[in-house]
Design a protein around this ligand. Structure first.
Ligand code: PXL
Length: 291
């Protein structure tokens, strides 16, 4: 190769590099305050996978390390509340966080740190996924922490996303029909002055019906039920997708609708991973098996 050709080639490569390093894409920044699921299907791992697929920039503040797989939780190791506070501060001081979500918070002390005025100031929009019990039945929130969710955290939230069982605990009575689900969304929304999406996956029926109550208005969303053996992580994925769409400035109604669609598709295209069938978080990325 002549020197001239070599020089031309090097110049071309440098120009390519230059073009790549000046990308103008500025993804919105989102923050997950949640626990780690070593199995990779729920918790912080589900949030980050969902956010990657939705092209927002995910940051994290870890609350607990869990040793688990889709069938059960073997151990829970909470972090010091002060360590949780430091992670949130480190992220919020250095990134323009647009929206954040909470997942597994585990203890009243961790919840109070997240709800504290100075911490909350750095988070313009907070999505609270009131994680209490895993699909496998394991407790992910101490019994005495429920009051802290209600009285400290919910007043700071823009939207809360309970499943049926969590909604029963938040509104204080049982829910066994769509009408009761709708009433619960309204009661929780009014009581805590927050938008509330109650997810109806645990009610029977050919459709999964979720109800959003926001600023005095009710919206009902229905998708065909997917009969899958494994729904571990579906709740985390819903709240993570909602957090991403709100960061992308969708209105609440549209963000809920889009998040429900994202979960539906992730369940429709489940993966085979060993003997498990986790959600396919990247169903929209042209990944194997989705086309
Ligand atoms: O899906 C709720 C959830 C949230 N966070 C962590 C979890 C789970 C369910 O297992 O493990 C860490």
């Amino acid at each position: 190769m002549t020197d001239v050709l070599w020089l031309m080639m090097m110049r071309g490569m440098m120009m390519n590099l230059e073009n790549q390093s000046h990308s103008s894409f500025e993804p919105p920044v989102v923050l997950s305050i949640a626990g780690s699921d070593s199995g990779g299907g729920a918790g912080i791992q589900a949030d980050l996978k969902t956010w990657e697929a939705l092209q927002v920039f995910g940051t994290t503040a870890l609350t607990c390390v869990t040793a688990q797989h889709p069938e059960g939780v073997e151990a829970i190791m909470p972090l010091e509340p002060e360590t949780v506070r430091q992670q949130i501060a480190a992220v919020c001081d250095h990134f323009p966080v647009r929206t954040a979500k909470t997942g597994m918070l585990y203890s009243a002390d961790i919840i109070r740190v997240v709800a504290a005025e100075d911490v909350h100031e750095g988070i313009p929009v907070l999505v609270v996924d009131p994680v209490m019990v895993a699909a496998s039945g394991a407790r992910l929130l101490k019994a005495d922490a429920i009051e802290a969710i209600k009285h400290d955290l919910l007043p700071q939230a823009r939207v809360v996303t309970p499943n049926l069982h969590e909604a029963e605990i938040l509104c204080g009575h049982s829910i066994s029909s769509l009408d009761e689900l709708r009433a619960a969304a309204r009661e929780i929304g009014d009581q805590f002055d927050v938008a509330c999406v109650v997810k109806g996956g645990h009610l029977d029926g050919e459709e999964v019906v979720d109800v959003l109550y926001d600023e005095g208005e009710e919206h009902v969303f229905a998708t065909p039920r997917i009969r899958t053996a494994q729904t571990h992580g579906a709740g985390c994925t819903f709240s993570a997708a909602l957090t991403a769409y709100l960061a992308q400035k969708l209105l609440m109604h549209d963000a809920v609708k889009a998040a429900k669609h994202f979960v539906h598709q992730s369940l429709q295209h489940t993966l085979r991973v060993g003997r498990h069938q986790p959600l396919n978080f990247s169903w929209n990325c042209g990944a194997a098996g989705t086309q």
